[in-house]
Every structure is written in C-alpha cells, then in structure tokens.
Design a protein around this ligand. Structure first.
Ligand code: 0X9
Ligand code: ZN
Length: 302
C-alpha cells in the first residue's frame, strides 16, 4: 500500500491519486497537466473546498529533476495532510486556496531513475547519441542566457529551443490556462536545504523579492523549529549559481505570479539525492510547517 516510508514508482503515485479522488470526490478532481516524450501523462489533482477559492490557486510541481525522489514524496505528503490533517492551521490554508499538485512532472526521467540510472536528472528525449534536456533549463523566460549548456550530453542541456521538451511545453500550456487565477508557484527540488526566490539570471533582487524574503525567513524558522533543519533563504543566482530556463522564473517573469519559491529539500550532501526513505516523513513534516507559514501570511490578503 502507498505511504511515506518508501519511495514509489510513477504508477503507484498515480494509483494513489486515483484513490484520493475516490475518497474525497467533492474536494479532489483528477487533472492531466501534460505529457512526456515517451507518452506518459503528467497527472495531478486539484484540491478545492469551495468555488470561491478559484482566484487563489496554488500550483505545486515536484520531480522536475528525475533523481530528486524526496520531492515527489514530500509533495504527496503535503497533499495528503491538506486532505486529512485536523490541525486548525493546516485546515485553514487547505480550505482557503485552490491547490494543484503535480507530484511527478518529469515522468520519463523518474521511471528511468528507478529502472536504469538512479542519478538521472533530465528528460529522455534523444539528441544524437545523448539523451534528454534539463527540464529546469528549458522554460521560455531568459532561456539559455546563463548557467545552462548547449551540449546535449550535459546534465544542464537547455534543449535546442525553449520548450523543446514535450513535458515542459505541455505543462506550461496547462499553467497558462490557469495563470490568471494563480497566486503561487512552488517548485520542489533537492538537495541543499535552500528556499530560493527568483530570479536565476541575476543576483539583483527584483519584483517582490523583499516580501518573499521576509515571508521565506519566517517559513525557514518554522521549518527549523521542528527538528533543527537549517535552510538558507535568498535569490537563486546569489545563493547557489546563475541558472536560466527554470519553471518558477518563467511563471514569475511571464505572469507575475506573486508567491514563488523553489525548495531544495534535505539534506546537505551526506546522502544527497539518495536520501533514505526514513527521512520522508520528517522532511514532509518540517516542509509542511514552512508551507503553513507561507500560506497563512496571505490569508485574507488575496
Ligand atoms: O539547478 C537547478 O535546476 C536547481 N538545483 S538542482 O540541484 N536541484 O538541480 C536550482 C533551481 C533554480 N531555479 C530556477 N532557476 N528557477
Ligand atoms: Zn533539481
């Protein structure tokens, strides 16, 4: 049975999505956010407790990098808690927003990381003798203007053009369709314990950086208060490196999405991408603590 003490294959995750649709038919709706080169669906769910919440839509994306398995698991952990928790703060945010969760937005890469190469990162589109573009270098905002490669054999290959990948192109079209009602874009990566704010092309703090930094610092404090896990909060290019073509930057740069964070979840390199499954629940708990702070902040203000 599905749970949070192991990592799961794509079809197990999708079967679990079906199970929550069946269990919460008035709240959870299945959605298809797109498709992949190898023909898999990018499946997700919409969680909505009231039609009044439509203009407060939150978009959550996990697994854009195949090997970052903790992200897929944490996204389903949070989704499950939004449905089942009796904590009043969790109930308040669950019921104030409309939520879209896409636990595995690079399904071909995710399956390949299970079957063949645990360290796979990219999509699986063939490019000559190499495979895949980096789906977090492929989005059409300041595409390939730094921190990306033009070599198809590189792990940060931007692709031959923006949205060359079927997964990013179809998911971006889905997002465009809901962009006018969407207030938040959350992207889950691992690892390094960072809470990153746009943009990746410049160390300048643009748009509503100050607001996001202030809320992010409070979110990181809440996260640390559970188990002492320390996160650094800041601009992408200043905190890690210049990187362009990321999904969150595209949402903010194209549609001005107000609440935009990229998480780099546990750990800081001891296990790296191969985080033991017994850390899924604690990582989920502390990450949800930070989520509550972020989304409480905007209660009644959107
Ligand atoms: O390099 C990346 O894509 C992310 N780090 S990772 O180690 N998980 O690969 C950082 C994402 C930066 N985000 C944006 N540029 N939007
Ligand atoms: Zn990543």
């Amino acid at each position: 049975a599905f749970g949070w003490t192991d990592y799961y294959r794509l079809n197990d995750i999708y079967a679990w999505l079906d199970s929550i649709v069946a269990e919460f038919p008035n709240v959870v709706t299945p959605v298809v956010g797109g498709s992949s080169y190898e023909g898999r669906q990018i499946r997700g769910v919409r969680v909505s407790y009231s039609s009044a919440n439509r203009n407060r839509t939150v978009f959550v994306e996990a697994g854009i990098h195949a090997r970052e398995w903790i992200t897929n698991a944490v996204s389903t952990y949070i989704l499950n808690q939004l449905l089942r928790s009796s904590d009043s703060r969790i109930r308040a945010i669950a019921q104030y927003y409309d939520w879209y969760f896409f636990p595995s937005v690079n399904p071909d890469g995710y399956e390949y990381s299970h079957t063949t190469n645990r360290m796979w990162r990219k999509t699986r589109t063939p490019y000559g003798s190499c495979y895949g573009a980096d789906p977090n270098r492929n989005w059409g905002y300041r595409w390939n203007t730094g921190g990306a490669s033009t070599n198809p054999c590189s792990d940060t290959f931007a692709g031959p053009n923006p949205f060359s990948e079927r997964s990013t192109s179809t998911l971006s079209q889905f997002f465009t369709g809901i962009s006018s009602q969407t207030v938040a874009y959350i992207s889950f990566h691992s690892y390094s314990q960072l809470l990153l704010i746009p943009y990746g092309h410049t160390t300048q703090n643009l748009d509503n950086y100050a607001e996001l930094k202030q809320v992010g610092d409070r979110a990181a404090a809440a996260l640390a208060s559970r188990f002492g896990t320390r996160y650094t909060v800041g601009n992408i290019a200043a905190t890690i490196y210049v990187a362009t073509g990321g999904s969150m930057d595209w949402a903010k740069g194209t549609y001005g999405t107000r609440i935009t964070y990229t998480y780099e979840l546990r750990d800081q390199g001891r296990y790296g991408f191969v985080l033991p499954a017994d850390q899924i629940i604690p990582t989920g708990q502390e990450t949800l603590d930070s989520f509550v702070v972020i989304f409480e902040e905007f209660l009644g203000k959107l």
